[in-house]
Design a protein around this ligand. Structure first.
Ligand code: BDR
Ligand code: CA
Length: 311
């Protein structure tokens, strides 16, 4: 199986991404690293432990990482995810303890210990942990197989500000470090994730799985949806983060372009914008594969089938 580390701020859509990964024998989740984002770190690291327990996978170690962005104060998104970050289904407090090691040190030590080019990072949150690891241990950059992240936008522009997507907006300085790192990057921007709408029949298919996971996921999505349907006027909330895991499982569900992407860090108006040269109008070197299309029915049938295998 392909070895991955999931870096996350759960968040209902993060939680679904984690469950999809744990339901997939093609992937070996070496660890889950929590970071501040949708909600503060104490809650993201708590929620990550709750989520692996839903999957019955207490063998997956959970680490807490950075509690604030590199250069700015933390902004959160309780208005989307609720006060707990996982509103919509009440889960018991986890019995799984948090690992004592800092998430950044886990990332560094794992990349140093595993053969080069064998570990993929899947960030689903602000890039603070990943950037801190790259800054602290520049030797890990050539060892990373690939970074497959959810963040940014080009035609869809922003969801947190008119110009910026939430994950990049929260820590643009960290995003800049990652986008300039030279590590192969595959990016799932809003242009892709806004096609992954959890419509009523899709929620029903999850609930109808008959396992607890289906019930939990349907509950989460029911909450998450309230905000997004009102905001976008769409038929269901976009399920952002699981796109990254789906890409690792079946890249043929997506198409994209290898382009140059720069991160705006200074302008108060457009801070956190991913300035993506989709049309190749500059001679700046490509540094990321930005995805542009997704087979949404294919994605949802994969998700539903995979989650059926969990408790
Ligand atoms: C991203 O922001 C978070 O609220 C979601 O979990 C996702 O990672 C979407 O902009
Ligand atoms: Ca997230």
């Amino acid at each position: 199986p392909r070895k991955i580390i999931i870096d996350t701020d759960p968040g209902q859509d993060d939680a679904v991404a984690i469950l999809l990964a744990l339901a997939s024998p093609e992937l070996e989740v070496l660890g889950i690293t929590a970071v501040a984002g949708n909600i503060p770190l104490t809650l993201t690291s708590l929620n990550a432990r709750k989520v692996v327990e839903v999957a019955g996978r207490t063998d997956v170690p959970i680490f807490a990482g950075c509690e604030k962005p590199l250069a700015h104060t933390l902004v959160t998104a309780e208005h989307v995810h609720g006060q707990t970050g996982l509103d919509g289904y009440d889960l018991p407090d986890p019995t799984l303890p948090l690992q004592p090691q800092h998430a950044v040190d886990f990332i560094i030590e794992t990349l140093r210990a595993e053969p080069p080019g064998t570990v993929t990072l899947c960030p689903l949150a602000p890039l603070t942990n990943i950037a801190t690891a790259l800054q602290k241990a520049p030797d890990i950059a050539p060892k990373i197989a690939e970074i497959v992240l959810m963040g940014g936008a080009y035609f869809e522009v922003g969801n947190y500000t008119p110009a910026a997507e939430f994950n990049i907006y929260v820590d643009p300085e960290a995003a800049e470090i990652v986008f300039k790192s030279g590590v192969p990057l595959t990016v799932m921007p809003l242009d892709v994730t806004h096609r992954l709408l959890v419509t009523a029949p899709r929620v029903e298919a999850l609930r109808a799985l008959g396992n607890r996971t289906g019930e939990v996921v349907a509950g989460w999505i029911g909450f998450f949806e309230r905000f997004d349907t009102a905001k976008y006027g769409s038929e269901g909330a976009p399920l952002h983060d699981p796109s990254t895991i789906a890409y690792l499982l079946d890249p043929t569900l997506f198409t994209g372009r290898h382009i140059n992407v720069e991160i705006e860090t200074t302008s108060p108006l457009t801070r956190g914008m991913t300035v993506a040269d989709w049309w190749g109008v500059t001679d700046r070197a490509p540094n990321a594969t930005f995805m542009g299309t997704v087979d949404a029915p294919g994605f949802f049938s994969m998700l539903t089938q995979r989650l059926a295998s969990l408790p």
